[in-house]
Design a protein. Structure first.
Length: 303
């Protein structure tokens, strides 16, 4: 398809007068358009769920997760990847954002980088991509050469390939195992895909990374039990999480946090199970880091 034929490149009749409106009316039109995004993403939940399950399984078997994109899409991938270590306590190598033009492109436009399909392949090769890994290609149009090149290479070597775009009849559909295509319609400003298309991609990545981490036992109830308390704010959040999860006294929480060197997950299991640090660590290791499974292993009658 020609660029002008893509849904994301159509003119939006609802906002043709947006430059004539007062500020409140202008923003209301933007908000009206944004309301459509969640419904578009909702229609893709079956495919998002499949992606979550398959990515989680590959990570359990030693794989990694890569987001690859250009421009806004690449920056969204880098944002999501960079939030995984502090939120879920994973190594920074586990979830990686790859952007056309490299680190310079995070802040500035790198002209022509998105048109280089070979560099999409090369950038993944430089990260030693393997068949165990998963690659999510982010492209609003669904045809960015850099992303297509990366996905083609990933598929050739047997990695799981997932495409996220906002045009269902996109070029990348031929190179992915799973296509996630929330159709958000024409943008408020013609072709400015940092708006609805960008929001849709961010929402989908929120679902993917959070869903995968839940599957991996990084969440207990709805609590971030693997967060890294690297500053005072996060240390206070760790205390709050343990309080919510266990109902223990402040003194007990402080003592257990000190004993575990602020390992929130081990601290919670110690309090809930009454086991010492070594026993709690063994139970978590046996259960793949899942607190609920560890508790069931310690107390089989809870099954």
């Amino acid at each position: 398809m020609e660029l002008t034929e893509l849904i994301t490149e159509q003119r939006n009749p609802y906002t043709e007068d947006i430059d004539l409106l007062d500020t409140v009316s202008m923003l209301k039109k933007m908000n009206d358009e944004d309301k459509k995004v969640a419904f578009a993403v909702e229609k893709e939940i079956p495919r998002i769920a499949k992606a979550v399950d398959e990515i989680a399984e590959r990570i359990r078997n030693g794989g990694r997760l890569f987001y690859i994109g250009a421009g806004t899409s690449g920056r969204i991938g880098i944002l999501d990847a960079s939030e995984c270590p502090p939120t879920f306590g994973v190594n920074s190598e586990l979830v990686q954002g790859v952007i056309a033009g490299g680190d310079m492109a995070i802040k500035s436009s790198v002209e022509g980088a998105e048109d280089d399909d070979f560099m999409g392949k090369k950038d993944l090769q430089n990260r030693n991509l393997s068949s165990k890994d998963s690659v999510v290609g982010l492209t609003a149009s669904g045809r960015t050469p850099y992303v297509v090149g990366g996905l083609k290479y990933a598929r050739e070597i047997g990695a799981l390939t997932i495409g996220i775009c906002c045009n269902p009849e996109s070029l990348i559909k031929d190179y992915v195992d799973i296509l996630i295509a929330p159709v958000v319609g024409p943008e408020v400003i013609l072709g400015s895909t940092r708006l609805k298309a960008g929001t849709a991609q961010k929402m989908v990545l929120n679902m993917i990374s959070t869903g995968v981490m839940i599957k991996l036992g990084k969440v207990y109830s709805n609590l971030m039990v693997d967060l890294q308390p690297t500053n005072e704010k996060l240390k206070n959040r760790a205390r709050q999480i343990i309080k919510i999860a266990t109902g223990a006294s402040d003194d007990m929480i402080e003592g257990v946090l000190k004993e575990t060197d602020f390992n929130v997950k081990v601290a919670i299991l110690m309090i809930l199970s009454g086991k010492d640090k070594n026993e709690a660590e063994r139970a978590l290791k046996f259960s793949g880091g899942n607190i609920r499974k560890a508790l069931m292993a310690i107390y089989p009658e809870r099954r």
